[in-house]
Write a protein that binds this ligand. Structure first.
Ligand code: XBP
Ligand code: MG
Length: 258
């Protein structure tokens, strides 16, 4: 019987609700810094989230809303500079403690560590952002708890391509059926599902209407003993919050299902 060996976490929207009040705010601060009159409202940002990757998102915004383009010169370099400024603002926001972990995330990660369950991250965001979030919201030194932090441009194609999950599996030296993924978005589930990985979804305000075909369980969050989760789709039995016992049970069910 193939047993569960590792939990693989997405970051944005899964570990923490980082998009509306984190990334979006940082993008707008970088735009203002650059003298641009661009200001992404929560609604416009929700549309732009259809494109994963901050640099790719800026390029998409230019083509969609500002076809007149930007300062002459190499567009890729100009976007990279703007994105680096955004990352500086975003990591500062995180370091100031503005973005907390979502319900149940800390509890599940601590339980996994206590029981010797391996941990990894597979995310589209920039590595600096992952370290800043973990250091500020989980615990100082907590990036070391994750054997693999697969992030951003380390792979040629971002989610919904499965590349980042293939990279994480290769580094873990594990098979997909030995792992369980936690995701928040349709793009993330597309990617993990293509990689053959059983996946639990915790939706958020930007992703709750998206298509999560292939997910093993869809929840509003991972819950706490005093804050029960809501099951949107799938089977959680008598459980009212997501713990390692439920992870193992769900994993066995998922890998038994063709
Ligand atoms: C979400 C993303 C990222 C962030 C912005 O990543 O698509 O691009 O929105 O971060 P995930 P960057 O859900 O896979 O964690 O600007 O660093 O890309
Ligand atoms: Mg996400």
């Amino acid at each position: 019987m193939t047993s569960l060996q590792a939990l693989i976490f997405d970051v944005d929207g899964t570990l923490a609700d980082t998009e509306r009040d984190g990334h979006r705010v940082a993008f707008n601060r970088a735009f203002a810094d650059a003298g641009l009159d661009w200001d992404w409202s929560p609604e416009v940002y929700g549309e732009l989230l259809s494109v994963t990757g901050g640099k790719e998102r800026i390029r998409y915004f230019i083509t969609q809303y500002h076809p007149e383009g930007v300062p002459s010169g190499d567009l890729q370099d100009w976007i990279a500079g703007l994105h680096a400024s955004k990352t500086k603002y975003y990591t500062q926001l995180l370091s100031d403690g503005h973005i907390p972990l979502r319900p149940g995330v800390r509890r599940l990660i601590q339980e996994a560590r206590e029981q010797g369950m391996r941990l990894a991250i597979a995310t589209t965001t920039t590595p600096d952002n992952v370290f800043a979030l973990l250091e500020a919201a989980l615990a100082p030194g907590s990036p070391d708890w994750f054997e693999v932090i697969a992030a951003g441009d380390i792979v040629p194609a971002k989610k919904p391509a499965p590349d980042i999950f293939h990279y994480a599996l290769k580094r873990l030296e594990l098979e997909p059926q030995e792992c369980l993924v936690f995701e928040d978005s349709g793009h993330g589930v597309d990617a993990s599902h293509q990689a053959g990985l059983p996946t639990v979804v915790t939706v958020n305000s930007y992703t709750h209407n998206q298509d999560f075909s292939g997910a093993a369980l869809i929840l509003n969050h991972l819950g706490e003993p005093d804050q029960p989760f809501e099951v949107m789709a799938g089977e959680a039995g008598q459980a009212t919050y997501f713990d390692l016992a439920l992870a193992k049970e769900l994993h066995q069910r998922a890998i038994a299902t063709p």
